[in-house]
Write a protein that binds this ligand. Structure first.
Ligand code: ZN
Ligand code: ZN
Length: 254
């Protein structure tokens, strides 16, 4: 697998059809053979739980029963997020974890077109109102080590699918946050002041509605940190669209 990844990375500039000949296409989830690059086998496809209504209109938390469209989840009523609205394609669980990690860490960048199409469909209402699309940034040390920002690959694809402007550089990550922090309060402290808008990029966001893209939303603290920086710099609104959502009971502040 490691050797395959290294070979795959070194061949990343070879045209896809030629690549299929050299390296048989592999399923994103389990690594078994599939007909074309950037696809899932039928077993992995069935294991994915796609999210949709009924759900909280602010944070996309899935509801068990049909409710009126304006009904917020307990977490959003208790402590509304800084971003305005969120959508997510699928649930982060045993069925989706493998392909998400492969995309993030194992050079499976060939999955970006598939994920981009999923995101464009799940976020079509947000995209219709977005003035521009931007990724959650990586700290430069992490980008240097990982070589690509998975959120930027997704944002670029979504922007192209929907015909919206792609702005990869309106946010910078000033602090190298610790990924292992768990719990909303710890994560919020962890990302406090971590993001900022460079002065030269302010004119691009003032009065604009921005759609932020990331691969996974866990507590939402990172996306809230980004949304706070953008709104402080003059953005009119910030929505968020992620590939996966970690579904936990809503956090309620006593
Ligand atoms: Zn599979
Ligand atoms: Zn909610």
């Amino acid at each position: 697998m490691v050797a395959w990844n290294m070979l795959s990375a070194s061949l990343s500039r070879v045209p896809l059809r030629l690549l299929d000949f050299v390296l048989p296409p592999r399923c994103a989830g389990c690594g078994s053979g599939v007909a074309e690059s950037g696809a899932l086998c039928s077993a992995c496809w069935r294991a994915i739980e796609f999210l949709g209504p009924p759900s909280c209109p602010r944070c996309a938390y899935p509801f068990e029963f049909e409710v009126s469209q304006e009904t917020l989840c307990a977490g959003c009523l208790s402590r509304p997020p800084v971003y305005d609205r969120a959508r997510a394609v699928l649930r982060y669980d045993n069925g989706s974890r493998g392909m998400l990690l492969a995309f993030k860490h194992a050079d499976r960048t060939d999955l970006a077109p598939l994920f981009g199409r999923w995101l464009a469909r799940a976020g079509s209402d947000l995209l219709a109102e977005a003035d521009l699309v931007a990724p959650v940034p990586l700290h430069w040390t992490r980008l240097w080590r990982r070589r690509y920002n998975q959120a930027a690959l997704l944002a670029q694809r979504v922007a192209a699918e929907a015909g919206r402007p792609f702005h990869p550089d309106i946010l910078i990550r000033r602090k190298r946050t610790q990924p292992q922090k768990s719990g909303f309060a710890a994560r919020r402290r962890n990302v406090a002041g971590a993001f900022s808008v460079p002065a030269r990029r302010r004119p691009a966001i003032e009065g604009r509605r921005i759609l932020l893209i990331d691969d996974v939303r866990t507590t939402g603290a990172t996306l809230d940190g980004c949304a706070r920086a953008l709104k402080t710099a003059g953005a009119e609104g910030v929505d968020v669209l992620t590939l996966a959502l970690v579904v936990r009971p809503p956090r309620v502040v006593p």
